[in-house]
Write a protein that binds this ligand. Sequence first.
Ligand code: FAD
Length: 282
Amino acid sequence: MHAPGFSLEVFPPRRNGPVRTIYDTLDGLEGLSPDFISVTYGHGSQADRSATARIASTIAHEYHIPVVAHLTSLYADEASVDETLTAFDEAGVNAILALRGDPVESHTPTGVFPHASDLAAYIHRRRPDMTLVGACYPEGHTDSPSLEEDVSNLAIKVSAGVSQLITQLFYDNEDFYRFMDVCAAHGITVPICAGIMPIISEKSVRSMASRGGSHIPPKVEALLDRWGDAPDCLRNAGIVYASEQIADLIANGVAGIHLYTMNRPSTTRRIWRNVSGLFASD
Ligand code: FAD
């Protein structure tokens, strides 16, 4: 069996936030040797959109790790995407996670790339050399009336040139396995990496689950009930939980694990310590 892939996600420091924090994150991840690190793209009026290219450049040129730059489409047009592609080229990026992004209140989308697949198709035409990655949702995207419909839209994204998918966070591996079956039924055969978000705090679990439409299974509710007010214990339990999720996914042949680091390298390292021995091929 092939060795599963292993990748990490970081986000740029907030606008006017200390730049040093990203170095702390990247230094803290040193030695993990991921296949790539992906860098999120800010949304909302406060976002510093040039930050993705800057951080990507740091990862590629100073840390010598392959990088995937996220890019959202709702508020983009062809000229702004061309400009970003040039910035990504200079940063040493050769893979893009093409996303729609979420609507921001009181901002009108340009209407040029209403779906991530429109952005992927445009980049694929302009830059066939770029590797394109896409997002996917084991429990269905919140805008879609059903998982079936969401996955049939996902197939459009794959036809547009996306050659790898990364999932939204999920806490119940059964949701992922069900999703894999639906993808197979829709002829989606590209590698699908499981996005794993460690439990950091009760507040973050509840807000991310409600924003992303992920359900909180009874096993996670039990952890939140027991240690919701004891952050260190909850973090320890979250590390165990994420490690078990990863072991089960690898045992069941997952193509790759994408760890959402939340820029908390110590948590990522502890999970890595638990699971690193599972990434070898048989
Ligand atoms: P799409 O693929 O466009 O899907 C959105 C909705 O439209 C779905 O319901 C889908 O079924 C439907 N749809 C898609 N194509 C069609 C079509 N052709 N016709 C009709 N309906 C269609 N957000 C950020 O702002 N910055 C980030 O860096 C970022 N990184 C992310 C990384 C990952 C791994 C994930 C899972 C999400 C990330 N997001 C990020 C959040 C993401 O932007 C939101 O979840 C957003 O709501 C959907 O983006 P998408 O690219 O999946 O959209």
